[in-house]
Design a protein around this ligand. Structure first.
Ligand code: ACO
Length: 437
């Protein structure tokens, strides 16, 4: 930058002026920042704590510098390690993308073979995990089982708490990427009372997951290649999304130096919520409730009256079409050719058509997000609605790991501990309230 990179602040309480340095990320137009800690020198008196910035929900606060994922929400851009999401979705497998996220570069053929081998050979879970899972009620939500089972993994690998040991960390990365699909599939099989299907190491990452979900009595399950590829692309599209609610949970909990299984259970719990990864499930329930195209205008009217949200629309960062939704929308046709059309797609298309013309949604820059179409594909492929957030979690595992590793190796990071603005009572003496009749 040619001009002076500083910010001058005058505190009108004291008349004092401060000059704070402005720094930049890789994008000067996007990543200019001041350090919040620099505000602390701004004080109204000697015993003043110093000025804080107040930012509930992190609307304008960067919690980290990161090299993993870039999003330009106004332009609808998403890149992992600099590569556009559409190129990755078209040309790479999920395991390649996972390697890219974790290590920063596309793997060579040899690196990919070793990476895939290691992950494939960590897909089995300890038999006691299956026993633990049997303890869940028959109608437990798969995501509740998933979160708890992830947390339980920490008890099987106590050495995982040596998070400063790189070799040990790598082992946990293989285990996490390997075991997450197995646990996800077991959650589903448990919820429908089917026996668990153990991993098949001959199959691809997505193919093996389909086998563990849907195999019945075949000697060897042969996944449909179109559906196998579609699922793999969905994993790629969900693999990371910079500092979202669950990545923030992974980093925040991980910053206490807990083991990665516990940190990831926290991340998965954050993902469970309907405003985050639970939205794909909520979209399907909403589409079912709307039921048919002719009911769409009435439903949109209710949303505008504040009687609910158009699930799968809107995003904290994207104020344009989510690039992942574009790819998924295109892929839906390929999947429907194999599975038959999901009848709810017509309701979704009509909702999108009407909403994108409606002043309410246009003014607020509300566009379809990744969850708007993904559920329709999952459902057509035979996944029950309540397994959708679990499918999201499988893909997102790579991103959580990449964010966690980056946080641990960043010398500027410490235990995450936000400040607060205290608005409660001043000091008061304790007097018990009198009993009222
Ligand atoms: N339907 C109707 N109105 C909406 C929607 C929606 N889906 N999303 C936002 N709005 C409105 C809000 O009511 C608000 O209107 P107002 O200014 O008149 O009060 C305005 O748009 C801004 O909304 P906020 O909630 O302040 O935006 P925020 O950035 O906090 O929320 C979020 C983003 C949570 C994603 C929101 O858009 C939402 O709830 N969407 C539906 C749930 C969803 O699809 N979540 C998945 C997100 S993608 C992911 O996590 C993978």
């Amino acid at each position: 930058m040619s001009t002076k990179d500083t910010l001058t602040i005058t505190d009108n309480r004291t008349g004092k002026t401060y000059e704070l340095p402005i720094a930049y990320g890789s994008y000067p137009t996007y990543g200019a920042f001041i350090k919040s800690a620099d505000l602390r020198q701004i004080r109204s008196s000697e015993d003043d704590f110093g000025l804080l910035s107040y930012d509930p929900a992190f609307m304008n606060t960067a919690s980290t510098k990161s090299k993993v994922t870039f999003i330009d929400g106004d332009k609808g851009i998403l890149r992992y390690r600099g590569y556009p999401i559409d190129q990755l979705a078209e040309k790479c497998s999920y395991l390649e993308v996972a390697y890219l996220l974790v290590y920063g570069e596309i793997p060579t053929a040899q690196e990919l073979a070793e990476w895939s081998h290691q992950i494939t050979h960590h897909t089995f879970v300890h038999e006691n995990i299956t026993k633990l899972m049997e303890g869940f009620r028959y109608d437990s939500h798969p995501m509740g089982m998933f979160v708890s089972t992830l947390a339980a993994l920490s008890t099987f690998y106590p050495e995982a708490k040596n998070i400063q040991d790189e070799e040990n960390r790598t082992k946990q990365v293989y285990r996490l990427l390997g075991k997450v699909p197995t646990i996800a599939a077991f959650c589903y099989r448990h919820s429908v009372g089917l026996p668990y299907v153990y991993p098949d190491n001959e199959l691809s990452y997505a193919g093996n997951f389909l086998s563990m979900m849907f195999r019945v009595s075949e000697r060897q399950y042969k996944p449909n290649p179109v559906l196998e590829r579609a699922l793999d692309v969905l994993f790629v599209l969900h693999a990371d999304h910079e500092q979202n609610c669950s990545a923030n949970a992974m980093r925040s909990v991980g910053s206490s130096h807990v083991d990665p299984y516990s940190a990831m259970a926290a991340a998965a719990a954050a993902l469970y919520g309907p405003l985050h990864g639970g939205a794909n499930e909520a979209v399907l329930r909403m589409l079912k409730e709307v039921g048919s195209k002719d009911k769409v205008p009435g439903f949109i009217k209710e949303v505008k009256e504040g009687k609910g949200r158009l699930m799968g629309f809107g995003h904290r960062v994207y104020k344009n079409y989510d690039p992942r939704a574009k790819i998924i929308k295109k892929m839906a046709d390929e999947v429907f050719e194999i599975t038959g059309k999901n009848p709810l797609i017509d309701v979704a298309l009509e909702l999108e058509r009407i909403a994108l013309q409606d002043e309410y949604f246009v003014k607020r820059k509300l566009y379809p997000n990744v969850d708007f179409y993904s559920g329709l594909i999952y459902q057509a492929m035979g996944f029950p609605v309540d397994t959708f957030p679990v499918l999201f979690a499988i893909g997102r595992t790579a991103g959580w790991i990449a964010q966690w590793q980056e946080m641990l190796s960043d010398p500027e990071q410490k235990i995450a501990r936000p400040r607060q603005i205290y608005c409660g009572h001043d000091l008061r003496d304790l007097v018990r309230p009198k009993y009222k009749k």
